[in-house]
Design a binder for this molecule. Structure first.
Ligand code: GLN
Length: 275
């Protein structure tokens, strides 16, 4: 099965979802934060990372940002952006696909030099990590099994919801649990979290909108019943441990600016999200 979807398919899912009813638009490529401070490309010789190899930790299953395709290749927007930036800046990467929480732990313990994992840039995280410029816009969606009884937040009182450990979706669920009267079960991976909803243990899950919207286009069996912006809107960024690997971070920003101005960034998004 092809992992690519057309823009038409993607938009038709959005049109059918309550996100569209709520008047929320498509997020992603066109809306990533601009970092075009310079129009001339900067190369590795400027940034001191040329020829060096960095260990980059990633999530495991987080389509369309990182996942294993039908041929067993580890692919996705994050993977392609990282490789394009590394090529542009002349450094090498060793990708460790660990899971989101585990990737952060690897960064903190020094086992990884950087993390790219659909990781939202938040003020809280800025206390522990230094982030690149944003490369993709996100917010939280709340999704239930399609065609089921759960149609709005009013239907989840007294029930269990699923969230992914250490994510912004989990923080969002925690901020709402008293008001809406639900309990939270935590999962290490997005696929286990989705499974818990589909089998009916949890009634909804809290997941980033781009990931859920993409999953719906792939027939994951969910429908979005609500979205949460405000505090839960963020850009994805590449992260290093605070105060460390400043050269790598600068090189990532320089490479990101280059691939945005060259059109490579748009090409990567189109490859996974369609034209
Ligand atoms: N964007 C979310 C966060 O940063 C989830 C990331 C992920 O699950 N890989 O918390």
């Amino acid at each position: 099965m092809s992992t690519q979807i057309s823009r038409r398919q993607f938009l038709s899912v959005l049109a059918g979802s309550s996100a569209a009813v709520l008047g929320l638009g498509l997020v992603g490529c066109g809306s990533s934060s601009s970092s075009d401070s310079s129009s001339s490309s900067s190369t590795a010789s400027d940034s001191g990372v040329a020829g060096k190899k960095f260990v980059i930790a990633m999530d495991t299953v987080y389509a369309p940002f990182e996942y294993t395709d039908d041929q067993g290749n580890f692919v996705g927007i994050d993977v392609d952006i990282l490789n394009a930036v590394a090529e542009d800046q002349g450094f090498e990467v060793e990708i460790n696909s660990l899971g989101f929480d585990a990737a952060l732990a690897a960064l903190e313990s020094g086992q990884a030099d950087g993390v790219i994992a659909g990781m939202s840039i938040t003020d809280e995280r800025k206390k522990k990590y230094d982030f690149s410029d944003g490369y993709y816009e996100t917010y939280v969606s709340i999704a239930a099994k399609a065609g089921g009884d759960i149609k709005s937040l009013d239907d989840i009182k007294g029930k269990t919801v699923a969230a992914k450990t250490a994510t912004i979706g989990a923080s969002c669920a925690e901020s709402m649990k008293d008001e809406y009267g639900f309990t939270i079960t935590y999962f290490d991976t997005t696929d286990l979290m989705f499974q818990d909803v589909l089998t009916g243990n949890s009634v909804v899950c809290f997941e980033d909108y781009p990931v859920m919207a993409y999953g719906i286009t792939q027939g994951n069996g969910f429908e979005i019943i609500d979205t949460v912006k405000g505090d839960y809107s963020a850009q994805y960024g590449f992260a290093v441990k605070k105060g460390e690997n400043a050269d790598l971070l600068a090189a990532f920003d320089a490479g990101l600016a280059d691939i945005k101005s060259s059109g490579k960034y748009d090409e990567i998004c189109a490859k996974y999200l369609g034209e």
